[in-house]
Write a protein that binds this ligand. Structure first.
Ligand code: ZN
Length: 200
């Protein structure tokens, strides 16, 4: 058992260990870094964490990051309402936006279908996507899912959920880095995959 023998520091290390990609060693480094900072900075950091966590919630339409009821994309009248890009996570949505290659709207699934890992797409996410399409005006649903077996299964599950609705469903073309999420792709690759999307 690691730990430094000072309860408050050990408690901090335990908390930091939960961060993605941070193991015991990384958590200890962060903890010592924090201990070496001015108290003001530590106060600012904890305030920033609290503010972000408390004020952010999923957009009531697309499930993306929002501070009020709607995310900035859903409340932007300039965004194309006819095209919905389906992504696995809020992070993937941010990744797509960073490249500025898409002017439609999004739908965040908040999970993927992976029977082997016992994971499934939250049923509310599929229901609300169906709802958006049923309300009309949506011409195309583009599935921007990971180029992996799980991404493939997730795409099929979404396609199936929309099967009886009069909407075109397409997928990003191949060429994306295999295994990673779409967040790993560079702008040029993602743009090509979006332009070369194919119907399902
Ligand atoms: Zn939204």
């Amino acid at each position: 058992m690691a730990g430094v023998g000072i309860p408050s520091v050990d408690g901090l290390i335990e908390k930091l260990k939960r961060l993605p990609g941070v193991g015991e060693k990384g958590a200890r480094r962060f903890a010592f870094f924090i201990l070496g900072q001015p108290k003001d900075w530590v106060e600012d950091l904890s305030r920033a964490i609290r503010e972000a966590r408390w004020s952010v919630r999923p957009c009531s339409v697309c499930g993306g990051l929002a501070e009020g009821d709607l995310c900035p994309i859903c409340s932007d009248p300039a965004r194309d309402r006819e095209v919905i890009c389906v992504v696995e996570s809020q992070e993937d949505c941010v990744a797509m936006e960073r490249h500025r290659i898409f002017n439609g709207r999004y739908h965040v699934l908040g999970g993927r279908y992976s029977p082997l890992d016992g994971e499934d797409i939250p049923s509310e996410a599929l229901a609300s996507l169906r709802d958006r399409v049923e309300r009309g005006g949506v011409q195309e649903v583009i599935l921007a899912l990971a180029p992996s077996v799980e991404g493939e299964l997730t795409a099929l599950a979404v396609k199936e959920a929309l099967d009886d609705l009069p909407v075109k469903v397409s997928r990003l073309s191949s060429g994306l880095p295999v295994g990673g999420s779409i967040g790993f792709a560079d702008s040029a690759t993602l743009k090509l995959a979006l332009e070369g999307r194919r119907g399902m």
